[in-house]
Design a protein around this ligand. Structure first.
Ligand SMILES: C[S@@+](CC[C@H](N)C(=O)[O-])C[C@H]1O[C@@H](n2cnc3c(N)ncnc32)[C@H](O)[C@@H]1O
Length: 288
């Protein structure tokens, strides 16, 4: 296979961003710019700058197989914004964004701060590029940080420094998993981790999640799945029942787990969908 050119400017931008980490930079794994990652593909689809040529090629191939993909990504952003609004209106001002991704316009931090400047936000991601650029974006902000960790290590995430320092586990918080759970094929591990988060947070906390939807055999979804499986993470679509099960005994807000299109048309929602909103499932729930 031909090596994909990585420009000096791209390498330099990443190296410069790593400066904010100081000694911690040495503990991060090397990033292979030849191998696409779902975080960088998503960043490109969101119009972000922190991606390499291999990611852009993978995004173009995925878009070829599923032309709605950029619209799906944009609508996931709308969901994120609406979930943060619902949480803020419920009086929640702390956000733990699991699989926060690489900073791009409309991220959790931006939306939460716009709605309530006192919000505290901690992102968690296992993609070094997400961690490095997240840290760079938030440098100097005492109420927001990013943790480099696997969200499946829930106990470690909850005990880690930025979470302990910024999130008060005695007060309700909002857990977000936007476009993340479908990169975790092991349902048992995911369920166990979600159970740990659930036990750690008080009643009144929210869980907001989006998920690639499996509605039956679809050659397009299968093609995109294969493309992602060649990147750094496998993609697994789940159906409504499987996605609902991820919420366990949290109380799902009306209309339960639905396509984004259906969810958006529920009374009181301030979001708008289009046909691409049929392609993924969403839900927001409150801990009883
Ligand atoms: C498609 S992106 C979505 C990013 C972000 N939630 C958003 O809405 O913009 C998925 C993100 O989840 C991260 N991710 C996947 N599996 C993860 C895991 N087990 N722990 C932490 N992050 C994970 C990826 O690195 C990537 O940044």
């Amino acid at each position: 296979m031909l090596a994909i050119r990585v420009s000096l400017a791209e390498r330099f931008a990443y190296a410069r961003a790593m400066n904010v980490l100081g000694e911690q930079a040495a503990t991060l794994p090397e990033v292979d710019p030849q191998r696409p990652s779902e975080a960088r593909i998503y960043n490109f689809l969101l119009g972000g700058k922190h991606n390499f040529a291999a990611d852009r090629q993978a995004a173009a191939a995925a878009r070829g197989a599923m032309p709605d993909l950029p619209a799906i990504v944009r609508l996931n952003r709308q969901f994120l914004s609406e979930a943060v609004r619902l949480a803020t209106e419920a009086g929640v001002d702390q956000f733990l964004d699991l699989g926060c991704g690489i900073p791009a316009t409309g991220n959790t931090y931006e939306v939460a701060r716009r709605l309530n400047p006192a919000s505290r936000v901690v992102g968690v991601d296992l993609e070094p590029v997400a961690f490095v650029h997240g840290r760079r974006q938030l440098a100097g902000d005492p109420a927001a940080d990013v943790l480099y960790a696997d969200l499946l290590d829930a106990g470690e995430v909850l005990a880690a420094r930025p979470v302990r320092d910024l999130i008060d586990l005695d007060r309700p918080l909002c857990l977000l998993l936007v476009a993340v759970a479908h990169f975790i094929p092991d349902t048992a591990l995911l369920t166990e981790a979600l159970g740990t988060y659930r036990s750690a947070v008080p009643a009144g906390s929210l869980l907001a999640l989006t998920h690639a939807c499996r509605k039956g055999p679809s050659p397009r979804v299968e093609q995109v799945r294969r493309l992602y499986n060649n990147a750094t993470a496998p993609l697994i679509a789940r159906d409504v029942a499987e996605t609902t099960a991820l919420f366990g005994d949290w109380n799902l807000a009306e209309p339960g787990v639905q396509s984004f299109g259906e969810w958006c048309s529920a009374p009181g929602r301030q979001c708008e969908s289009d046909t691409a909103g049929k392609a993924f499932l969403v839900g927001v729930a409150v801990k009883p």
